[in-house]
Design a protein around this ligand. Structure first.
Ligand code: DGJ
Length: 728
């Protein structure tokens, strides 16, 4: 049993593989005190561990002082704790106070689904769940906290459902999914920042007194900050020391924050951003908040990374392609942009097919009046001027080449210049009387409204049923502003952002249920909605519109901080690169893309003979190495926080029998030593590994302690990929 409730001390102990998480009911009133999260303990009594402090009900004269100091499991606002809270509300009289006290609990095998939301899943053998019910005695508000422990991983999934069992409506103002009070001061915060075409840069800063947070209020999880943070002990490195990961399974507004309070201790919280959030909860109704995935590692940041990879591969990503080899794709966006027709697409496809490429994806521009990004979004029917006779002749032509056919959609959006907008202007998110804040000349459809989702899905369903479509790229190219819905009452307008996300999930759910054969790929101007919520519906996500191999090093390493390589779409594109103007070798572009889902985004008819000749071998290598890349353990060989003249990483098979090492020289260095050496990780020290393509056999110990010699050509942007095979 991984979850134990010790009756005598009223302690809850949650034991994952190498981790313990503990809290206890502090007194008869039912205050819940957080006790511990860290390396595994065998103790079942948390009495000694809880920060020494009288209970609020024992020392009534200092109730507020104590509440402001004690470690709380699910802190609420305005009864004494002035730190950042997990929960806040306004009651029907306009008061803010709420006190969530122990009511009951249940422990059971398995993990329940979260209504309307993506979440990790697990069988009764994989995991166990604690359902802890807290109750406010005055308002009758209940908070049902779920803690699921994945026994073979150092993972605890936390979420909360709020139920109004009182007599009057309340307005929820803050419902975060997890709060952890650490009895330690020595933590750094790791977070990811970025923007369009430069997603997921990792930064590490000490946690100072005050509040530190990353957030999105953009309606999507965003490319500016990521719904993730890791707290690293000051002395922790990539390979050693304690790290606590937080990742939010949600695709909308979020906060991830820390507060170092007056005594120096640190509170960490994660959940839906209270900005743009308010929820009217009438008696009998409930509100389900998404889940946070807590990962503890005592093997540094890389231990955390590998745990997230294992969890998401086994317990989040679903469907036909969750564990299957994905087809090598070629996408026409950077090849043609909006300038294409059936003939041009078939010309690209037929040359691609000859090289072994397996899936052709038609990107933006095939529907309605979409001849540029100024018009057509919302009109999901084929434009006969572009594709005479519709989709079928194209799809049939592609299939006749032995390739699968896929297409691009952006269902959440509308251009004012579209039939849809002309018929339903009130379907766009907007504040009446206020100017639209357009982005890429488009508006966002009000996906909080079921009739809007139904209508859009009806059109898309028709397209997908009209021919043999085996892949869909679901794009989303703007943030949410001017938050107003024609369908919501004034006292519910602040529900729009969350209801919107629920609408998106609803449609993704319908699409993946009705078309299980389709490989769904999410995208949001690249990686602006690359999050675990989206991964529940699509096994891969377009990582960045920046396809430059050198820029991709940081972008992919940041993304791989918690997302498995099997989810990271990476393509080879043309040079000079369209985003950076940089010229890199075709082989380097291949080596970098190989550590993702792999594909091409270029006009193959414009490649040189030499470049073209490299493709069949790349496709063969992809088939050979992708099973290792998508199931193995990923190790960073270069510090993720530092920009350098080189980068390197490796993937080691779970049974340590083989490894793939990639090294990229960003800028060549002067001097005689032109062959770099990189110290490997994760191999068996006392086994011997053959460097494929050579007669060299080296011990794992030597490769890890002294390093692998990398054979590199002289020059900038060159790379090497080395396959190591354990000797029998
Ligand atoms: C943004 C995406 O990230 C691109 O890959 C491409 O699909 C364009 N949208 C099309 O408009």
């Amino acid at each position: 049993m991984s979850i134990i409730f010790q009756e005598s001390t009223r302690t809850f102990r949650l034991n994952a593989k190498n981790t313990t998480y503990m809290f206890k009911i502090l007194d008869d009133e039912g205050f819940m005190a957080h006790a511990y999260w860290g390396k595994k303990l065998s103790d079942t009594d948390a009495s000694y561990i809880v920060r020494r402090i009288p209970s609020p009900s024992v020392m009534e004269r200092e109730r507020a002082t104590i509440l402001d100091t004690m470690p709380q499991e699910f802190p609420s606002e305005d009864v004494g704790d002035f730190r950042e809270a997990a929960f806040g509300l306004l009651d029907s009289e306009g008061h803010e106070g709420c006190s969530l006290l122990y009511d009951s609990h249940a422990i059971y095998p398995g993990k329940p689904a979260l209504s309307g939301l993506p979440a990790t899943f697990g069988s009764e053998k994989d995991c166990e769940t604690l359902e802890l019910t807290l109750k406010d005695p005055v308002l009758g508000i209940k908070a049902i906290l779920l803690y699921t422990v994945f026994e073979d991983l150092d993972v605890i999934a936390r979420s909360v459902r709020i139920v109004n069992e009182g007599k009057a409506p309340v307005r929820l103002t803050r419902v975060l999914s997890a709060s952890v009070d650490f009895d330690r001061e020595d933590l750094d915060m790791v977070s990811l920042w970025g923007g369009w075409a430069r997603e997921n840069n990792a930064q590490r800063v000490p946690i100072q007194h005050g509040i530190q947070k990353v957030e999105s209020a953009r309606g999507e999880s965003s490319n500016t900050y990521h719904p993730f943070m890791a707290l690293m002990a000051h002395d922790a490195t990539d390979d050693f020391g304690e790290v606590y990961g937080f990742n939010f399974v949600y695709s909308g507004n979020f906060i991830a924050e820390t507060q170092k309070e007056q005594h120096g201790y640190i509170r960490a919280l994660m959940g839906i951003n209270p900005q743009h959030f308010g929820w009217k909860l009438v008696p009998g109704d409930s509100f389900q908040a998404p889940e946070v995935i807590l990962v503890h590692s005592s093997e540094g940041l890389s231990g955390m990374t590998r745990t997230y990879h294992d969890l998401y591969r086994q317990h989040l990503v679903r469907g036909k392609y969750a564990h299957a080899l994905r087809p090598v794709l070629i996408n026409n966006w950077e090849a043609t942009y909006f300038d294409f027709n059936t003939e041009k697409l078939l010309e690209i496809a037929s040359l691609a097919a000859k090289q072994g490429i397996e899936l052709f994806v038609m990107d933006d521009g095939w529907f309605g009046s979409r001849r540029s990004d100024n018009a057509g979004l919302g009109d999901w029917y084929v434009c006969e001027d572009v594709l005479p006779g519709g989709l079928k002749p194209l799809a049939d032509g592609i299939n006749a080449l032995g390739m699968k056919f896929g297409l691009w959609i952006e269902p959440e959006m509308v251009n004012e210049d579209s039939d849809l907008y002309r018929a339903h202007p009130d379907w766009a998110i907007q504040i009446p009387g206020r100017k639209h804040s357009r982005k890429r000349n488009q508006l966002v459809l009000d996906f909080s409204r079921k009739e809007v989702v139904d209508y859009i899905y009806g059109m898309i369903h028709k397209v997908l049923s009209s021919t043999n479509v085996e892949y869909v790229k679901w794009d989303m190219n703007r943030t949410l502003t001017n938050l107003g819905s024609y369908a919501l009452d004034a006292d519910r307008q602040q529900e729009l952002s969350h209801r919107y996300v629920l609408g998106v999930y609803d449609m993704q759910n319908r699409l993946t249920t009705d078309f299980p054969q389709i490989l769904l790929e999410n995208c949001s101007s690249g990686g602006a909605r690359f999050d675990p919520g989206m991964l529940y519906y699509s096994p891969q996500i377009w990582t960045s519109d920046n396809t430059d191999a050198i820029a991709r090093l940081k972008i992919q390493a940041g993304t791989a901080l918690m997302y498995p390589l099997s989810t990271i779409d990476a393509n080879i594109s043309i040079v000079p690169n369209h985003q950076t103007g940089r010229i890199t070798p075709f082989t380097t572009r291949g080596d970098v893309a190989m550590c993702g889902t792999f594909g091409y985004q270029l006009d193959i008819t414009k490649l040189t003979e030499e470049e073209l000749s490299l493709i069949p071998k790349q496709v063969e290598n992809y088939h050979r190495f992708n099973p290792l890349v998508t199931t193995g353990d990923y190790y960073r060989l270069h510090d993720i926080f530092t920009q350098d003249s080189w980068d390197s990483w490796m993937i080691v098979a779970k049974d340590r029998s083989e490894a793939l090492v990639t090294y990229v020289q960003i800028l060549a260095q002067g001097g005689d030593m032109i062959f770099p050496k990189v110290r490997l990780k994760g191999l068996e020290a006392d086994s011997f590994y053959r460097i494929e393509g050579t007669d060299t056999v080296v011990s794992g110990q030597l490769l890890m302690q002294s390093g692998l010699q990398i054979d590199l050509k002289r020059g900038d942007y060159v790379s090497a990929s080395v396959h190591l095979i354990r000797e029998a």
